[in-house]
Design a protein around this ligand. Structure first.
Ligand SMILES: C[S@@+](CC[C@H](N)C(=O)[O-])C[C@H]1O[C@@H](n2cnc3c(N)ncnc32)[C@H](O)[C@@H]1O
Length: 216
């Protein structure tokens, strides 16, 4: 069944797309993100659903997915854990890049269901669960990924705490981020930058220079 548990208006407002920056991955994304966020506003205001970030592929996740696909040697044969997975774009790219296993987490239940839908669409194997980055543990030797998670002060603080703890426990942690306001640049070792074309409703510029970096 397509999108079990997703509200009908979110299914109707999304369609399977191939984003030109990561054409290896198929995702169910908004036909028109502005229309869909406006339609969701009432339910969000009533606390019935979280902001539907998963209806878009964000530049941070797209750049990180591209980096993994360009560098399979970083992924190959390792367990990968993608936090704040949203649509699941990074998790799916990790499977395609040769990960031994991929687990994905998000705090938003609808994102979890949407990511599962996108996993099935790509006929890959990713275990998607609902969890906060500060609650998870990861296998030895894991590569942890997090795309576009520094857009809000509170979420950034949770990510710095959770990702920092995983890095201190021995995981390699990679992030992708278009230099958002709360990006902790002093904690990062830059690896690459990409220019990613983005949706003008969601972003201030048509192309976002996006950093891929290791959390140190
Ligand atoms: C901007 S979206 C990025 C989604 C995806 N990584 C991408 O790049 O397209 C941020 C995601 O972080 C999730 N999130 C926020 N706080 C979180 C937390 N403390 N732990 C795990 N996920 C969280 C949100 O639900 C949302 O799906």
């Amino acid at each position: 069944m397509d999108g079990p548990g997703l509200p009908p208006f979110l299914l109707a407002g999304t369609e399977v797309q191939i984003h030109p920056f990561v054409p290896e991955v198929r995702l169910r994304l908004a036909r028109d993100a502005l229309d869909l966020w406006e339609e969701a506003q009432g339910a969000m205001n009533r606390g019935e659903m979280a902001s539907p970030f998963w209806v878009s592929a964000w530049p941070g996740g797209l750049a990180l997915a591209r980096y993994l696909l360009q560098h399979p040697e970083i992924v190959s044969g390792r367990p990968v854990v993608d936090v704040a997975t949203g649509s699941g774009v990074v998790a799916i790219a990790a499977v395609l890049a040769g990960a031994a296993s991929v687990a994905a987490y998000d705090t938003d239940e609808l994102a979890v269901r949407a990511a599962r839908m996108n996993v099935r669409l790509n006929e890959v194997n990713v275990e998607v669960s609902r969890a906060d980055v500060r609650e998870i543990s990861v296998p030895t030797g894991a590569l942890v990924t997090a795309g576009d998670v520094f857009y809000d002060r509170t979420i950034s603080a949770a990510m710095i705490q959770g990702l920092g703890a995983l890095a201190e426990a021995g995981a390699e942690v990679l992030i992708g981020d278009p230099y958002r306001s709360y990006l902790p640049e002093d904690r990062l070792e830059p690896l690459a930058t990409f220019d990613v074309a983005v949706d003008m409703f969601l972003e201030s510029d048509p192309v976002k220079t996006t950093l891929v970096a290791r959390v140190s």
